[in-house]
Design a binder for this molecule. Structure first.
Ligand code: K7E
Ligand code: CUA
Length: 653
C-alpha cells in the first residue's frame, strides 16, 4: 500500500501533473527535473564513463561490468559458470578452472565482489568474488578482466559471508552460511544442535601475484554466518561476521530461527589468530579441496587437489573472538570508513544498531561479559552500543558509506534507500526504490576512501519498470546522485542474473593498466603453433591433434582429411594477431560444447568427437574482417575402419 502510494506520487511528479511550482524546482528536488537527470547520466558517443561498476551475477554465476553514470553494460566476466560466448569452461585450457572436490561444476551463485586494497584504498589489481553453492572464492585480474584463480573452501556450505578483503588485501574471508557436520558424516539432521559447526576461513593473498591460500579456518558454533566486513583504520585487524539462527534450529527456520531477541555479530581479531598460527598454533585437519590457477603465459589452467587445512578452535586463542549481541537476525554488517562503527542490519528490526569499536575494546579490556556461547564470550549489548537509528525503515539489509560521514541503508520491506549521519544517527533523506532493494553500492564504499558521488540500489523486483519480457524479467538497478544533501534518482537500468552486491572504482584506476593483447612471442601453451610452417595434424591412436593458426582471414590448415568416426580431435588454435580487439572464433559442426574465442596471441583448444561420416565445415565466429565469411575450412570424416592417411592443406595454393 505504502509502495503503491509512492509509485503513484512519483509517476505524477514525473509526468508533471502533480508538481510543486515548476519554476522554483531546485537542483536536488525530486522527480520533475528529468532533463537534468538525463544530462547527468549522458555519456556522449566516444566518451568514457567515470566509474566501472562490477555487479555480481547471482545465479548467473558470473560478474557483469557496467559504466557509471551511463548504466551501459560492457562485459560479462565468466567466473563460476561455463560461458559459451568465450568458450570459458568449454575449452580444454579453461575446464580445470571449474574443477572441485565434487568434480566439474559448471555453475555457481555469485554474491559479493570486492576490489583489492592497499592502505585501505582501492588499488584496482584484482576483484574477488564468492561462489555460494559449492563454496569457492575466485580472483579476477583487472588487467585482463579474466578469472585467474579459484580456490574451493572445505568445511563450508553456503559460502555467503564472503568475499571481503582486509585493507591491505592480507586476507579475503569466507564464512559458512549453513553449518554442517565437520568433518562431514552421516548423522541425523535433528542432531544439528551442538554437532553442526560453521567455519570462518581466512584466505591469505600473496601481495605480488595475488595467489590465494587458506591460512586458517576458525571452527565456530553451528549458527548461520550471513555476511561480513573488515575493520579498517583503527579497527584494522578485526573482522565482523553476522549470525542468525543462534537458536540452532534445524527445521522451519522462518519461525524457529526468529526466537531470540538478539543474534550476534562475531568479532574476530584475526591478527591475534594469525600470530597464534604463525607460532605453530592450530591443528592440521585432513581435507579435500581444489585450487585452480590460470596462467597468462600458457593460457592454461591447472587444478590441484589440496589435502589438508589448518583449523583453529577459537577458545584456544585468548581474547580473539567475541560475540556482539545484535537485534534481530541481522543480515548485513558494515564498517564505516574510519573503522569506528560496526553497523548491524537486523532484518526483523525497525531500528539500526550501531556498535562502537572503542566501546567494544573497552568492554573486552574490562572483561565485561554477559555470558558465553560454546566458550566464546558474549559482550553486553549496552556496553558496546554507540546508538541506534530509530524507526529508519522496515527490513534493513545493507549499509554503504560516502566520504562525508553519511551512511546509506537499504530497506527491503519498505523498499527504500535511507541516508543517515553516522555520528548523529539522524535520518537525512529517504528515497523509494522500485522495488525491494537488496544491496546498495557506492564506489569504494567498502574502503577507507569512498567516492561519494553515486550510489546504485540493486533491486530485486522489476515489475512495471521496463517493457515486459514474459514471465521472467531481468532485475533492475537504480542510480542515485548522492553528491548533495538529498539523493536524486537519475536512472534505471536492467541488470543480468541477480546482482546482490557490487563493487565500483574510478575508471582512471583501471583504464591505464588494461591489457590490449597477449604477446605471441611469450605464448607458452604446450600446443601453441608459433609459425604457420609449424601448422600440422598429428595422429596418435584415435587421438588427433590439429595445430592450427589464425590470422585475418584464414585458418592454417584449412582442409583436413584422414579423420575417422570415433576419433577424438583436438583443435589447438593459436591466434597470430597482435592488434588490439582482433579475436578469432572457432566453431565446429556437431561439437558437444561451445565455440572458442581466441584473443590475439592466445592458444585455445576445442575437442570434437565426430560421429558421422562426411565432410564437415568449421568457421570463424567473430566478424573479424571484410573477408570474415571466407574464414572457413573442412574436415573429411571417413568410416572407423578407413585407411585414409591424415593430410592437410596449408591454404597456400
Ligand atoms: Cu543481501 Cu547474498 Cu549480500 Cu543478496 S545478499 S541482497
Ligand atoms: Cu576470424 Cu572472423
Amino acid at each position: 500500500m505504502k509502495n503503491s502510494i509512492k509509485v503513484i506520487t512519483s509517476l505524477l511528479l514525473a509526468t508533471g501533473l502533480f508538481s510543486c511550482n515548476d519554476n522554483e524546482q531546485k537542483e536536488g528536488d525530486r522527480g520533475a527535473l528529468a532533463s537534468n537527470a538525463a544530462e547527468k547520466v549522458y555519456v556522449a558517443p566516444g566518451e568514457h564513463d567515470e566509474f566501472y561498476a562490477f555487479l555480481s551475477g547471482g545465479y548467473s554465476g558470473n560478474l557483469t561490468v557496467y559504466g557509471l553514470p551511463s548504466g551501459r553494460m560492457f562485459k560479462e566476466i565468466a567466473v563460476f559458470s561455463q560461458f559459451p560466448t568465450s568458450g570459458y569452461g568449454y575449452s580444454e585450457e579453461t575446464k580445470p578452472m571449474l574443477n572441485t572436490s565434487h568434480g566439474f561444476i559448471p555453475w555457481d551463485d555469485l554474491h559479493h565482489p570486492d576490489i583489492s586494497q592497499t592502505n585501505g584504498k582501492l588499488d584496482g589489481r584484482w576483484i574477488f568474488v564468492n561462489g555460494n553453492n559449492t563454496p569457492r572464492i575466485a580472483k579476477i585480474d583487472l588487467k585482463t578482466f579474466e578469472t585467474t584463480e579459484i580456490i574451493e573452501v572445505p568445511n563450508s556450505a553456503g559460502n555467503h559471508s564472503s568475499s571481503f578483503v582486509t585493507e591491505n588485501t592480507e586476507y579475503v574471508v569466507a564464512g559458512t552460511r549453513f553449518s554442517v557436520p565437520i568433518p562431514q558424516e552421516d548423522i541425523a539432521i535433528n542432531e544439528y544442535k551442538g554437532k553442526f559447526k560453521g567455519t570462518l576461513s581466512f584466505i591469505s593473498v600473496d601481495p605480488e601475484e595475488g595467489h590465494m591460500d587458506i591460512k586458517f579456518q576458525l571452527i565456530m558454533p553451528g549458527f548461520d554466518y550471513d555476511l561480513s566486513h573488515p575493520g579498517r583504520g583503527k579497527s584494522h585487524g578485526w573482522f565482523f561476521f553476522t549470525t542468525y539462527n543462534t537458536e540452532e534450529a534445524n527445521t522451519l527456520l522462518e519461525v524457529n530461527a526468529s526466537q531470540n531477541d538478539k543474534d550476534f555479530i562475531a568479532a574476530v581479531n584475526w591478527k591475534k589468530i594469525e600470530e597464534y598460527v604463525n607460532n605453530g598454533g592450530g591443528k592440521i585437519m585432513p581435507a579435500n579441496y581444489a585450487h585452480n590457477m590460470y596462467d597468462d603465459k600458457s593460457h592454461t589452467a591447472t587444478s590441484t587437489m589440496k589435502k589438508e587445512v589448518l583449523v583453529v578452535d577459537p577458545r584456544e586463542v585468548s581474547e580473539a573472538v567475541f560475540f556482539l549481541p545484535t537485534p534481530k537476525s541481522p543480515h548485513g554488517v558494515d564498517v564505516n570508513p574510519s573503522g569506528d562503527y560496526i553497523i548491524g542490519n537486523g532484518k526483523l528490526s525497525a531500528d539500526l544498531t550501531v556498535h562502537s569499536f572503542d566501546r567494544m575494546i573497552d568492554a573486552i579490556e574490562n572483561k565485561e561479559y554477559s555470558g558465553e556461547a560454546y566458550g566464546i564470550p558474549i559482550l553486553n549489548f549496552e556496553d558496546i552500543l554507540a546508538g541506534t537509528v530509530k524507526q529508519a525503515g522496515l527490513g534493513p539489509l545493507h549499509t554503504e558509506f560516502d566520504d562525508k560521514g553519511n551512511a546509506y541503508t537499504t530497506f527491503f520491506i519498505s523498499s527504500e534507500l535511507v541516508k543517515w549521519n553516522v555520528e548523529t544517527r539522524e535520518v537525512i533523506d529517504r528515497q523509494p526504490n522500485y522495488y525491494s532493494v537488496g544491496h546498495v553500492m557506492v564506489p569504494g564504499g567498502n574502503s577507507r576512501e569512498p567516492f561519494g558521488k553515486y550510489a546504485i540500489a540493486l533491486n530485486k523486483i522489476t515489475k512495471d519498470r521496463y517493457l515486459p519480457t514474459g514471465p521472467e524479467l531481468e532485475h533492475s538497478a537504480q542510480l542515485f546522485d548522492i553528491s548533495g544533501e538529498k539523493m536524486e534518482l537519475l536512472l534505471d537500468f536492467p541488470t543480468h542474473g541477480e546482482p546482490h552486491y557490487a563493487a565500483g572504482i574510478p575508471a582512471e584506476i583501471l583504464e591505464e593498466n588494461s591489457q590490449k593483447i597477449y604477446k605471441l612471442a611469450e605464448n607458452e601453451n604446450e600446443y601453441a603453433t608459433l609459425t604457420n610452417g609449424d601448422a600440422r595434424v598429428e595422429r596418435n591412436g584415435n587421438e588427433v591433434h590439429v595445430y592450427m593458426t589464425t590470422i585475418r582471414s584464414h585458418f592454417t590448415p584449412d582442409n583436413i582429411e584422414g579423420i575417422k568416426v570415433g576419433d577424438k580431435v583436438y583443435f589447438h588454435i593459436t591466434n597470430h594477431e597482435q592488434d588490439f580487439d582482433v579475436p578469432h572464433g572457432f566453431a565446429m559442426i556437431g561439437a558437444n560444447n561451445a565455440e572458442l574465442l581466441i584473443m590475439p596471441g592466445q592458444t585455445k583448444t576445442l575437442v570434437w568427437e565426430p560421429k558421422q561420416v562426411g565432410v564437415w565445415p568449421f568457421y570463424c565466429t567473430d566478424f573479424c574482417s571484410a573477408l570474415h565469411q571466407e574464414m572457413q575450412g573442412y574436415v573429411r570424416v571417413s568410416p572407423k575402419n578407413s585407411n585414409i592417411e591424415v593430410s592437410w592443406s596449408l591454404g597456400e595454393d
